[in-house]
Structure formats: C-alpha cells, structure tokens
Design a protein around this ligand. Sequence first.
Ligand code: C2E
Ligand code: MG
Ligand code: MG
Length: 693
Amino acid sequence: MLIGNYSFTLVFISLCVAILASYTALDLTGRIATARGRAVHFWTAGGALAMGVGVWSMHFIGMLAFKLPIDLGYDIPITALSLLIAVLSCGFALWLVSQPKLPILQLVFGALIMGSGISAMHYTGMAALRMTPGIDYDPTLFASSLLIAVGASAAALWIAFRLRQHSPYVGVIRGGAAVIMGIAIVGMHYTGMAAAQFPEGSFCGATLNGLRGNGLDGLVLITTLAVLSIALLTSILDARLEARTADLAKSLTLANRELTQLALHDTLTGLPNRMLLDDRINQAMKKVEEQGGCFALMFIDLDGFKPVNDAFGHHMGDQLLREVGVRLREDLRSQDTLARIGGDEFVLLVRLTEPNDALGLAARQVGLIAQSFRVAEHDLQISASVGIALYPGNGQSAQELLMNADAAMYHAKGGGKNGYSFFDVSMNSNARKQLQLLQDLRAALEHNQFSLHYQPKFDAANRRPVGAEALLRWQHPTQGMLLPDKFIDLAEKTGLIIAIGDWVLNEACRQMREWYVLGYTDWRIAVNLSALQFCHAGLVQSVAKALATHHLPANSLTLEITETTAMSDADASMTVLQELSDMGVDLSIDDFGTGYSSLMYLKRLPANELKIDRGFVRDLEHDSDDAAIVSAIVALGQALGLRIVAEGVETGVQQDFLTKLGCDSLQGYLLGHPLPAERFMQNIARGETLAAV
Ligand code: C2E
Ligand code: MG
Ligand code: MG
C-alpha cells in the first residue's frame, strides 16, 4: 500500500476556494431570482460556469495537495470530463433553486442528482490518474463520501433557496452559509480521498501524456479566482444597478401619485374634485348594475357663505370651507366620497342599503353645518341646503344625477334653506332643459354657432369712438339667438368656458386687426374673462398667442374681469394680472361696485380701467344714493389714476351727468347697441359723416 501525504497549504487553499465558490453560488441565486426575461438564462449559464469551475478547482487543488511517493499526472480528456460534470451539476442546482417553490420532494430529488453529480466529478477526476492497478476504494468511506455529497447538496440547495431574496443581513448570512457549504464540499472530497487506497507498485498512467508539473496548482488557483471574482463582481454591480433602478422607480411612483392627487383633488380642502367625483359616480353606477343596491348623490350648498366671505375676506372664507369639509368628512365612512365642486358647493356620494337611509344622513349633514364654526377667534353661523338624487331612479348618467341633485338643492333653498329635499320629477323640467342645453353647448363650438357682437365705447368729452366691447352670442339651432346670461354659467360650471373663451379671444383679435388695418389704430377691443379662465394656467399664453397670430400690439386689447373674480383669490389673480400687465395688455375691472371692493386691494391691482356697474347708472336720476356712489367711484378711480368707464348709459340725462362727473368713456344703448361687426361699422361710418358735416 502506498502511503500518501497532504500539503496542508494546498488543503487550506482548497477549503478557501470551496467557500468562495459557495458564496458566489449563493449570490448568483439571488440574481437569478430577481432577474427577468433573458437575463435569467444569462445568469444561470454564467453562474453554472463560475460555480462549476469553483467546485471543480477545489477538488483539483485537493488532488494536487495529495502526494504519493510516485510521480502523478492527470489525463486531460478525463479531467475535462470531470469539469463538465461539475458545471452541469451546478447548472442544475442553480436552476432548481431559482424555481418559485421548492417542495421537500423536489429538494430530496435535487440533492440526489447534485450529490451524484459532485461524486461523479470527484471519482471521474480520480480516474484521470489512470492508475495501474486500479485504485481500491474502501466501501465504508466510499459510501460515506456519497452520503456527505448528497447531504451537503441538500443543505446547500435549501440554504440557497432561502437566501435568494434580499433582506437586511443577507450578506452576513450568506457568508456564514458559504462557510458551512464550503466545509461540507471539502469534507466530501477528503472522505473520498481517504477511501482511495493505492496498492504497492502502482503506476500512474497519466504521467506519460497528461497534465503534470509543479506550476499546475498555481495555474488552477489563479484561473479559478479570476472566474469567481469576475462572477461575483458582475453580480454585485448588477445588484447595485438593480437597487438604483428600484429607487428610481419608487420615486417615480411617488411623483406620479402626487400628480394624480393634484389633478383629482381640490387644493383648498384636499377633497376629491369634480373630475374624481364623476369617476366615482360612474363606478358606483356600475356597481349597482352588477350587485344591486342603491346610492344617493347629495348636493350640499352653504347658505350664508358669501356674506361671511365678503365681510371677513377670502382668507376666512377659505378657512371656513376647510372646516366645513373636515366636519362633513368626519361623519362619513371611508367608502363614501365627499367632493368639493365649486365655491361653496360640496357633493356627497354614499352607498345605501335602502333609499330611506338617505333621509337620516341628509338631516345629520344639515345639523352638522348648522352648529357654529370657530374660525380665527370668530364664531361663524352658516347653514346648508341639501338636494338628494337617488340611483337608480333619478338619472341615467353622472351628469344627469348631479343636475337633478342640484335642482333638488335649489328646491330646498327655496323652501327656506337649512334643510334638504329629495329630487322629484316636478323639479325636473328645469334640470332637463339645462342638461339638453349643456349637450347643445358642447356641440356649439364645433358647429360654429358662436358669434361676437360689438358695442361701441365713446370718449365722454369729444364723443368719438374709442373701441368696442366684444359680447358673445350663441345662435342656438332651435332657440334662436341666446344671450350670455343663458349659457355662460353653464359653460363655467362645466369648464367649457375655457375653450369658448379662447375662441372669443381669437375672434375679437381677428376683428380688431381688420379695424386696425382700416386705420383705427387707437381703438381697443374689450374681451370679457370669466373666473375660471382667469384661474386657468394657460390664460397668459392664450392671450399672447392671440395677439401674435393677429399682429396686434398688446394695448389694443382690454381684458375685462369682474370685480368679484379679481378679488376672489387675490394673490393668484395678482400674479396673473401682473403678467398680463407686463405684456402691455390693458386691464379693466368690470361691474365695479357690486362686489367686495377692498380699496387696499384695488390699489395694488395693475388695472387701467374701472367700469361702473350699470346698476348704479340705471338709478342715477332717481336715487341720490346711487348718484353719490357713482361720484365716489369716479373720485376714487381718478385718485388711483384709472380710466373710468360707465356702462348702461340709456338716457341723455345719464350721459350728461356722467360726463360732468368726469367719466372718461361711456357705453350703453343710448350710444350704440351690441351689433355684428358689419352693422357696427355702418353705425361708426354714419357717426363720422355726421361729425364731418
Ligand atoms: P358685461 O361685461 O357687464 O357686459 C355688458 C352687458 O350689458 C351686455 O350684456 C350688454 O348688452 C349690456 N348693455 C349694454 N348697454 C346697455 C344698456 O344701455 N342698458 C342695459 N340694460 N344693458 C346694456 P350681454 O351681452 O347680455 O352680456 C352680459 C354679460 O355676459 C356681460 O356683462 C359679461 O359679463 C358676460 N359676457 C358677455 N360676453 C362674454 C364673453 O365672451 N365671455 C365671458 N366670459 N363673459 C361674457
Ligand atoms: Mg364687460
Ligand atoms: Mg359690466
């Protein structure tokens, strides 16, 4: 019997290689588990190669560590075969642990195959010595080496499977597991080696043309280390990249969520807005169709909100609205939707077990609002009128339901406020008409049914025309010519005013360009803006575009904003007005005297003109109060350096009075009705001829 001995340095190195190979394998399973698509195959193939080379080289270095008193060599084809077996077994193992589940039976089966693979690699590697006579194997030790191989494989597979997900201490745990796995693999190898007995006079056939020599261990070691480090490095870098991508994706999701929140919620109260409400109503309708049941839509309008807003200012008004939102919301279940869809209008969507439940709820909401609110040291008392529409029954679409709830709310308001009303068909005619009108309004732009009439403005002193106000008209297919008071509100409520307003702006500028070319270069065309347009982000751009398209200087255009609009969100309007004013656009405060006229605020507005509301002008002759108010407004305007325009001038007496007071320009039926451009110009021409004579 030949007595062999070991180089302990090489034994130690083989152990290190085994541990490193195990660690790489564990790390790679993590990659495979999180990879998608083709990357899975890439990581499995690369992993099989790296791990196979690692396990095999551990074994090969272990063989090199073994010295016999005779020369040893390794048959190249057989050695290569043992390497191939190692790579294939490792590939199988990686594939197995990257499956979504690893049931016990599969684990046992996998351990058998992998254990056999590693044993096969080992004993094929031994066969590469080509000993004559053959190696004797001690049956007990041989069997134990097989058992260790299978056992170690089972442990390795189970550990790898459990550790493939990223968790806080995964690096440390993997390190520990790699040490255990490494020791198991080495244990198998050296048990197998111990089983081998080399009879006296043995001769190693592979010394003739196989691998041999002193540098072999170093070469194998370096190659292995290179392969393993490349695999490990790639894996770590990829994991970093993946983590970064995950971080990016997370912040993107967050940003998206914020955007959605902004688009679908009211900024003041944080409650859902009109858009989200529509969506929720549609969902609720679908649910009722599928599962039965019913829901109620309650239109809640505050009574007495406007006086609070006017008396205490919009900051208090805003605060009060927030408090109302909170109080209503607190009383609801999480699946109910409370939305704010306009100034002091809230809408509540609640699922009901039976229609009558709406009664109790509405009464409760009314009661909640009737309790006083404490806002900034003030006790404020308001109430609410609630209109209820039920589904199924009171409408076929979200819009119709809302309209009907709105109609019921008006009914409640008419019945003395601070109460609620269920919708009833008798309230319907108006609501239905509105709905029909809305549908027609939607189509009006497309069908070119809008036109502009122009009403002249005259210089009060010399009575010469100084421009015109553009007033919107709708040629309705069945109802004839409609004035703005019939449809502007509706267009505002539904947001259609944005598109319509853009059309008006463009058409007015187009017309003004014609007059400009005719020589009326000092005229100004006045265009009315609604509150919604004024809050819309695109306004400044729309104005700039209309002016540019029609080659008009900015001060050919006057924008009329009602006083209430300009004051309702003072800070926001200030920014928009300032931008428009910086462009050189002329700004006019329309209907002055009817709203909440804060003088402080008026002073800061970059306006150029005040338009005295026609309500004051009308009663000028009979009502001394109105005469006093008008003269005060004129004095105020002059002090602030604003042009003063009086609208609604119908009589000569009014004209004289207003001229004497110092109004700069006048507008009214006495001087000219709103007319289509062509007739408007005929009148102007007639005036010029008269003046010439
Ligand atoms: P406003 O800006 O105060 O326009 C003046 C309104 O008074 C016009 O009514 C005009 O026809 C009327 N009016 C003119 N002179 C007299 C008069 O001597 N006596 C009387 N009783 N009334 C006179 P219209 O055209 O029905 O417009 C009503 C309101 O609709 C306008 O009030 C304006 O706020 C709004 N509006 C008109 N066109 C547009 C538009 O294109 N966009 C927007 N957002 N609102 C518009
Ligand atoms: Mg106006
Ligand atoms: Mg007006």
